[in-house]
Design a protein around this ligand. Structure first.
Ligand code: 13P
Ligand code: SF4
Length: 298
C-alpha cells in the first residue's frame, strides 16, 4: 500500500501533511508531520498541486484558506474536532453584541466561518505571542477556555474566555497526573495548553505537540510524562530513541484523529474525492486572520 501511495503522490503532484496525532504508518509516509502551526506554514509554502491532509477538518480548511489554487484533500470528510464545533458564527455574533469592537483571537481549532469573523488566529505554539502582538488591552479568545486561561497567565492583558474545550484534554485530571508522577518520580511532565488549569499547574513544560518534541530533544533528562493525545508518544520516541515517554493517561485518545487509514488515502488520491474548499466570501476574511498569525510567527 505504501508503494502504491508513493506512486499516486507522484502522479498527482501531491504531498501528505500529517498531524502529530496521526497513526504511525501515516506519519511515516508523510512529507511533513507537525503541529497546527508548522502544518499551516508548510501548506502556505509548498509548490505541490495537491495537499493530502491527514488530520481533521479545521486543518484542511486552513490549508484551503491559504492555498485556494491547490486541491486540498481530507481522505475522511467526517474527521472533525469537537472543540471547533463549540463556537458557531451565530454564537460569536451574539457575544460580540455584548462586547462590541473587542478584538477576537481565534484558536485555529475552529471553522473557517468563525475564522472569517476574527481579528487574528493563534495556535498552541504562538498564543501568547499573538495576544501580545495586539495593541488592545482587552481581548476575546475563542473557543478554548483552557488555552485562553493559560495565555492570560502569561500576559498582562484582560482576556475574556469562551466556554469551549477539547474533550480529550479535559479528560486528564490532576489525580491522573499525580499517579503517573508517583510511578516515575524522575520524569519531566510536559502538558499541552488545552489541559485544565490544575493539570497545567503540575507541568514542567507547557507547549504545543511539536514543542514537546523539541523540549524533549533539548532536555538533559531521560524520561517524560506526556500530557496530550496518546498518538504523540510515537513521534516523541521516533525523535528521541534513547529517552522514555509515558502517557499521563491511557484514555487520551482523539477518535477523529484516528479515522484516516492507508486505504482512505489511496481512495482519495485515486478518485480525488474528499476535497475541502472554502468559499471565497469566507476564505478572504479568514485568510486575513490566518495570514496575520503566520506573519508574526515566521
Ligand atoms: P497542536 O497545534 O499543538 O499540534 O495541537 C493541535 C490539536 O488539535 C491539539 O489537540
Ligand atoms: Fe480537537 Fe481535541 Fe481532537 Fe485536537 S485532540 S482534534 S482539539 S478533539
Amino acid at each position: 500500500m505504501k508503494e502504491k501511495i508513493k506512486g499516486l503522490l507522484k502522479r498527482r503532484n501531491a504531498i501528505i501533511l500529517a498531524h502529530n496525532y496521526q497513526p504511525p504508518e501515516i506519519q511515516d509516509l508523510a512529507d511533513l508531520c507537525g503541529d497546527s502551526l508548522e502544518l499551516s506554514i508548510k501548506a502556505s509554502l509548498t509548490d505541490a498541486e495537491t495537499i493530502l491532509f491527514c488530520g481533521v477538518t479545521f486543518m484542511a480548511e486552513t490549508a484551503s484558506i491559504l492555498c485556494p489554487e491547490k486541491t486540498v484533500l481530507l481522505p475522511r470528510r467526517d474527521a472533525g474536532c469537537p472543540m471547533a464545533d463549540m463556537v458557531t458564527p451565530e454564537q460569536l455574533k451574539a457575544k460580540l453584541g455584548e462586547l462590541p469592537s473587542m478584538p477576537v483571537v481565534t484558536y485555529v481549532n475552529s471553522s473557517a466561518s468563525v475564522k472569517a469573523m476574527s481579528t487574528i488566529c493563534c495556535t498552541s505554539a504562538n498564543a501568547v505571542q499573538v495576544v501580545n502582538s495586539l495593541k488592545e488591552e482587552e481581548i476575546l479568545m475563542i473557543p478554548d477556555r483552557n488555552l485562553a486561561q493559560y495565555t492570560a497567565s502569561k500576559t498582562n492583558k484582560k482576556i475574556h474566555l469562551w466556554d469551549g474545550f477539547c474533550p480529550i484534554h479535559e479528560n486528564l485530571t490532576a489525580e491522573d497526573v499525580l499517579k503517573v508522577k508517583d510511578k516515575y518520580p524522575d520524569a519531566v511532565f510536559m502538558a499541552h495548553p488545552e489541559c485544565r488549569p490544575d493539570v497545567l499547574e503540575l507541568a514542567d513544560a507547557i507547549t504545543s505537540t511539536s514543542g514537546m518534541i523539541k523540549y524533549a530533544k533539548r532536555s538533559d533528562r531521560s524520561s517524560f510524562i506526556v500530557g496530550t493525545e496518546i498518538g504523540m508518544i510515537y513521534p516523541l520516541k521516533k525523535a528521541n530513541p534513547d529517552k522514555k515517554f509515558y502517557p499521563a493517561s491511557e484514555n487520551m485518545l482523539c477518535p477523529d484523529m484516528k479515522k484516516i487509514t492507508l486505504e482512505d488515502i489511496i481512495k482519495s488520491l485515486e478518485t480525488m474525492e474528499g476535497e475541502v474548499k472554502v468559499p471565497e466570501q469566507i476564505r478572504l476574511p479568514a485568510l486575513s486572520a490566518v495570514q496575520r498569525m503566520i506573519d508574526i510567527s515566521l
